[in-house]
Each structure stands twice: as C-alpha cells, then as structure tokens.
Design a protein around this ligand. Sequence first.
Ligand code: DQA
Length: 144
Amino acid sequence: MKLLVVNGPNLNMLGIREKHLYGAETYEDLQLYILKKARELGVEVDIFQSNSEGALVDRIQEAYGEADGIIINPAAYTHTSVAILDALKAVNLPAAEVHLTDISKREPFRQLSYAGMACQAHFIGLGFEGYGKALEWMKENAQA
Ligand code: DQA
C-alpha cells in the first residue's frame, strides 16, 4: 500500500510556531513519527509539504494512479481552499483529514473545513497521533 501524506502551509514551522498550540516538536520530528508508524504498519509513505496552494493541488493530482490513499492536513487552506477540495474529489482516492489542534474549539473562521468534505475519516486535535490513526485507518480501509 502506497500512501501520500500532504501537509499545508506553516507546518514546516512546527517547533517554532505558536508552541502553546502546536507543541515543541519540529516538522522533522513529525516526519520521523509518520515514517516510523508507516514502517510498523508495513505501508509505504511519501510525505509532501508546501506553503503554496497550487503546489498542494499539483501533488494531490500526481497521486492519481500512484497512491492508494491521501492523508491531508491542509493547515490554513483547510478553511479557504475549494481548489484543494476539488483536487481531492478529482483523484477520488480514500482520504483522511488530520489537524493537530481541535479546530472545532478554536476561532469561528476555523470551523469550516472544505477539504474535510472530500474526506471519509477525520482525526482532529490528537497532535502527531492523528497522523498515526489516519495511517491505521488507511491500512484498514484503503485498497492496495
Ligand atoms: C491546523 C489547524 C489550522 O486551522 C491552522 O491554520 C494550521 C494547522 C492544525 O493542524 O491544527 O496551520 O491544520
């Protein structure tokens, strides 16, 4: 099974940005966590991060015919990007939404998730573990 993990803007700043919300662990720590969990589950994983909406759309499109599922934390684009929602719908792969923080308990503008509308599973407010749970969900639910 080949899975794509897509991370949106400012997630590369983990460990630096708003530590009271996102914690002290870095983006590299997150990548290592995902790779370790994927190895344990016996799934292949490619991790992509970009601060640009178009690059995220391009990478999702490239997953068509290449990946068996997409795990996505679109970060701030969650709440604004119909383009990312449409890309997820276009490739029509099993998709899981992850957010480190519980967006349902944050500012009103974070309550709407466009990308989430194309996702069959949601792991919200669990920190790094959300990615682990999403990998487990993919292993159970996606077709290799
Ligand atoms: C986030 C939540 C978003 O609202 C925010 O813009 C982020 C990170 C999260 O993982 O909690 O950058 O997606």
